[in-house]
Design a protein. Sequence first.
Length: 153
Amino acid sequence: MYQRILVPVEHSQYDDVILTHIRKLARACNDASIVLIHVADGWAARNINQLDLRESEEMKSDREYIEAIADSLEKDGFEAEAILAGGDPAKEIAACGQRESCDLIAMATHGHRGIADVIHGSVASELRHITTIPVLMLRANPGQSPSAPRPAS
């Protein structure tokens, strides 16, 4: 089914939810490879190439974080890569999906609605409009097990 899955991580509790799901999905897809991406979007990250800047402490921490996840996946038998990008998250994720020949983008969403979506933005919403790669969006509740039933709202 899927051979190469792109997983955007944001260095938060939401990552555990999508990573738990992706481990199962990748196994079910005959051990699909996993490409992790974190898009740093601070000032230094957005201008690192144009201004020939060094990585900020935040970017160094982000790099260590995604490399640790990739190492953990590899220890569990998955083929995994870690990519740190800088800039607009949706655009960087879409470009990475194309560049890395991914056939699925799987991401956790926060579930913002209405005005909260306008205030906080929605990478998932923007991404689904600019990519032609299928996007799996898993609504995450970091305080709850990914397989636990969610209360009706």
